[in-house]
Design a protein around this ligand. Structure first.
Ligand code: MCN
Length: 795
């Protein structure tokens, strides 16, 4: 029996053996000769002037080698950390991009803002050194909440951003929306907060800077999702290192979830220090330090209104959102609540008029950027909550109101009023399958059973679409990105026929070593154990843009397919020469080149050998070697969609929400590896459930101190709070990338917050509750239940 290893097979993850047996190759595991340890002194204040820094105490600590401050870097003309995706606001006004120094100069703008780096022989000495630095701060009142930061007279985070407004962006047709609201039979309203999250990948960030004093070559190991971009941003904009003198390596990375797709201050600081000292400098983030140095995600305040006719048909949608940028712009900060949010507000519906405005605001908090889903969970949450509110207002069923407004399957491709053009989808199909799998019709009986046990049961539904596979460079360029967004793949066939694939994407948990090998296995008819997928080293890999926005398969996959096609084309020419036939008569199947209609053939390894030992070879017309490279730039995003259904049970005595069941039916196009997709869905859903029920970054409103800066206070979802999930697919196919694939890495996180909160609100709807902000923690739910009960008693 042959084991199927091509597209569609649930091949076990090749990479897991080393991970599960403790043989992964992480940055923190690396040790270099003469390596030193770096430790950052971070601001204890949210907003303060730096009046003086005395480093003498640190330098007196045994083992401390050097201390560098922001002023040292300024004197060395080190640049600021760049924003790679600003947006253009109303009236063409650009995003305000204040200087983001690697180490603070003159002022600190959030708790955790790095002030100095101490380099020492040991971690203990570096830590003691950081503690021995004396900084005189002039503590200022911080701007903590977004509304407070925008209020007149608020403390100013950056002098060049008066009123703390970073950008004021809009999309859609405001006049058309006004007209729609004028003729509406009903308008549904919703005010909501999308809570702030910390990504918390299992492996905290780490980096090592190294400088070769002989060759002038820099090497930086870092836990990054996109080493080539770090190389470009840090080399070109921050440290002025020529690109050919800088190598960035991101080996095994223990989860990223977006948090590791930014160029961080620590990367530049250790590289700068390594150059000064001629010795490698290593920094490994601690968990608590991660809460005040990793970029956070989400953090919106929104007002939304949906205009409907008397039958519940959507006429217009108006959204006003305030989005937190934190104390500085992170690499992609402005892009997340604008292009990845406003452009998704049509959802799966035919709403003809949509208008959204987003104000980005600076506050004295940690910078905010992408976190799994990035913008799309926010759009889905707002829209799918609002649809439920409208259904309740009008006495319509949650299913019927959605069906009435779905974009029909045969209306694709579908141009939305907010720029994006969806290529394919089948929302009815996903919904029907989800309703059946969740036994939607049997809910009332289950609810009655819960009631008999004193529990409140609710069911929640969300139908969503998202844009991923970032991105067509031309469209992204028009939307403000300062770079390309294509992807690359090299297929290197060795003389033996074994294969190394060099991918421009980065694997940090998604299973690329398996799924990309499956694609090659399918094309060449070779087993996956003859195929090695390599990524994460800018000296080995051609330029690639890395992994985020569920792009690796949808953008990297077609580049890989093209390279395999080029190898096959060249193989056919070699085979034609060896078999004395015309290349057009050569067919390639199951790793064999043969002359059509004959038994004359050469297998893949023979052709590979001939290409490297070109004795019997058409050298006059064909170069030796068998290695092909491709770059692929898509023409559109891919648009996964789906229908998710959850059931919750609430204990009215404690406010504890139990998630009892979760059904996800997702349209992700062609599935390469069903088992890996299932894993991606499980993980993604759990992260969305985390946002809905448990996780929250909380700041003290007066001091700007983070109050949830450890796992004692920041509640991560755990297996014992989760049900067995039902994860299914219902696919339509991407029309433009050849493979028919759509991304799957974020869909779970995009659908689940709305699904779970819709279920929570449903469980409480008999109390007159119309919305519950996330996280639906026991204390919040208990308070809502008790307030509603008192209200009802008073009426
Ligand atoms: N896949 C498939 N068939 C499809 C779609 C995807 O078999 N139709 C496979 C892919 O080949 C890949 C995996 O599923 O092995 C995810 O593919 P894709 O949707 O292309 O997403 P990326 O590989 O680009 O991963 C990025 C995405 C994002 S944006 C975040 S955030 C995220 C995520 O994936 N972070 C993760 N999943 C994660 N999973 C882990 N374990 N760790 C993270 O940090």
């Amino acid at each position: 029996m042959t084991i199927q290893t091509g597209i569609g097979a649930s091949v076990r993850r090749k990479e897991d053996l080393r991970f599960l047996t403790g043989r992964g190759n992480y940055v923190a595991d690396h040790s270099l000769p003469h390596m030193t340890r770096g430790m950052f002194l971070r601001s204890p204040h949210a907003h303060a002037t730096i009046d003086s820094i005395d480093i003498s105490g640190a330098l007196a600590v045994e083992g401390v080698i050097a201390v560098y401050t922001g002023e040292d870097m300024q004197a060395a003309e080190v640049g600021g950390l760049p924003c790679a995706w600003p947006v253009t606001g109303k009236g063409g006004v650009p995003t305000i991009e204040p200087m983001h120094p690697v180490l603070a100069v003159g002022k600190v703008r959030h708790v955790g803002d790095p002030v100095a780096i101490v380099v020492a022989e040991t971690l203990e000495a570096a830590t003691a050194g950081a503690e021995a630095i004396e900084v005189e701060y002039g503590v200022l009142e911080p701007a903590v909440g977004m509304l407070e930061a925008l209020a007149p007279g608020a403390p100013v985070v950056h002098d060049d951003a008066p009123g703390n407004l970073c950008f004021d962006w809009e999309v859609g047709d405001a006049a058309a929306v006004d007209a729609a609201f004028e003729k509406a039979a009903h308008v549904a309203h919703l005010s909501l907060v999308n809570n702030r999250l910390a990504g918390n990948p299992m492996e905290p960030r780490a980096c090592i800077g190294d400088y070769n004093t002989g060759t002038g070559q820099f090497t930086m190991w870092t836990t990054s999702q996109f080493p080539h971009i770090v190389k470009l941003l840090m080399g070109n904009f921050v440290l002025g290192i020529p690109q050919h003198k800088l190598r960035v390596i991101s080996p095994d990375v223990g989860g990223g979830f977006g948090v590791k797709q930014f160029h961080y201050a620590e990367e530049a600081a250790v590289t700068y220090a390594a150059k000064q000292l001629g010795r490698p400098v290593k920094w490994v983030c601690e968990r608590t330090e991660a809460f005040i140095s990793d970029a956070h995600g989400r953090d919106h305040i929104s007002e939304a209104e949906l205009a409907l006719d008397e039958k519940g048909t959507f006429l217009g949608l108006r959204v006003k959102t305030i989005a937190n940028m934190g104390g500085y712009l992170s690499t992609f900060g402005p892009n997340i609540p604008t292009n990845l949010y406003g452009l998704l507000l049509a959802g799966v519906y035919t709403t003809p008029a949509i208008y959204c405005e987003v104000k980005g605001v600076f506050t004295n908090t940690q910078p905010v950027d992408a976190y799994r889903g990035a913008g799309r969970p926010e759009a889905t949450f707002l829209l799918e909550r609002l649809v439920d509110v409208a259904a309740d207002d009008m006495g319509l069923s949650k299913v019927d109101i959605r069906r009435r407004n779905f974009i029909p399957k045969d209306a694709y491709p579908y141009q939305t009023p907010v720029m994006v053009n969806y290529d394919s989808g089948d929302h009815e199909g996903c919904l029907d399958q989800a309703l059946a799998s969740a036994d939607w019709d049997g809910f009332e009986a289950r609810k009655a059973e819960s009631a008999r046990n004193g529990k409140l049961r609710g069911i929640g539904l969300c139908t969503y679409i998202e844009a991923c596979g970032l991105a067509p460079s031309r469209i992204a360029g028009a939307l403000g990105v300062r770079g390309g967004l294509f992807e690359s793949a090299t297929v290197r066939v060795h003389p033996t026929g074994d294969i190394t694939v060099l991918m421009g994407t980065h694997n940090h948990g998604q299973g690329h070593e398996t799924t990309f090998a499956q694609i090659v296995s399918e094309r060449f008819g070779l087993p996956t154990d003859k195929i090695e997928i390599v990524f994460g080293d800018t000296d080995k890999i051609q330029f690639g843009l890395g992994t985020y926005g569920s792009r690796s398969l949808a953008v990297g996959g077609p580049a890989l397919v093209r390279s395999t096609e080029k190898v096959i084309e060249k193989g056919k020419k070699i085979a034609a020469h060896m078999l004395e036939a015309d290349a057009s008569d050569i067919v390639f199947e199951n790793a064999t080149f043969s002359v059509a209609g004959t038994d004359r053939k050469k297998d893949f390894a023979e052709i590979a050998l001939a290409a490297h030992m070109p004795h019997d070879y058409p050298l006059e017309v064909l170069e030796p070697g068998l290695e092909e490279q491709s770059f692929y730039d898509p023409v559109n995003f891919t648009y996964p969609g789906g229908a998710h259904i959850a059931e919750v049970e609430i204990d009215p005595e404690t406010g504890i929400v139990d998630l009892l069941s979760y059904v996800a039916v997702d349209d992700i196009g062609t599935v390469i590896n069903p088992m890996i997709v299932k894993g991606q869905l499980h993980g993604g859903i759990v992260q969305g459930v985390g946002q809905a029920l448990f996780e929250n970054c909380v700041y003290d409103e007066e001091s700007g101190q983070i109050l949830s800066g450890s796992f004692m206070d920041y509640c991560m979802p755990r297996a014992d709070r989760l049900p067995n999930m039902v994860v299914e697919t219902h696919s339509t196919f991407c029309t433009h990338n050849g493979l028919g694939v759509k991304g799957c890495g974020e869909v779970g996180t995009i659908g689940s917050p709305a699904t779970v909160i819709n279920a929570v609100v449903d469980a409480l709807s008999h109390l007159g509750v119309t919305h519950v902000d996330m996280p639906a923690s026991p204390s919040r739910v208990w308070r809502i239940i008790n307030e509603a009960a008192s209200r009802q008693a008073a009426e």
